[in-house]
Write a new protein. Structure first.
Length: 83
């Protein structure tokens, strides 16, 4: 029983840590995406020390959309102009 509680606690701390890292990565990416219609490349992300694995995790978390090989868009960016 104690092992299960400890494992659960460790998993929860890891989730909080991951969420914190995701928010930090998104804040850094916003410096680029704000001026590029919400898009960023893996090369641009790497200049901010955000790895391809980090980008994949942001996609899995619903924060980014993968548009093409090496090109991502912030998920909150509208796809088409509103008329």
């Amino acid at each position: 029983m104690t092992q299960i509680r400890v494992l659960f606690l460790v998993c929860n701390i890891d989730l909080i840590h991951c969420k914190h890292e995701a928010k930090a990565a998104l804040r850094l990416l916003a410096e680029i995406t704000a001026y590029q219609w919400g898009m960023v490349t893996t090369a641009q992300a790497s200049t901010l020390d955000i790895t391809r694995v980090d980008l994949s995790r942001l996609v899995d978390g619903g924060h980014l959309k993968r548009l093409a090989h090496g090109v991502y868009m912030h998920s909150g960016t509208p796809g088409r102009p509103v008329r």
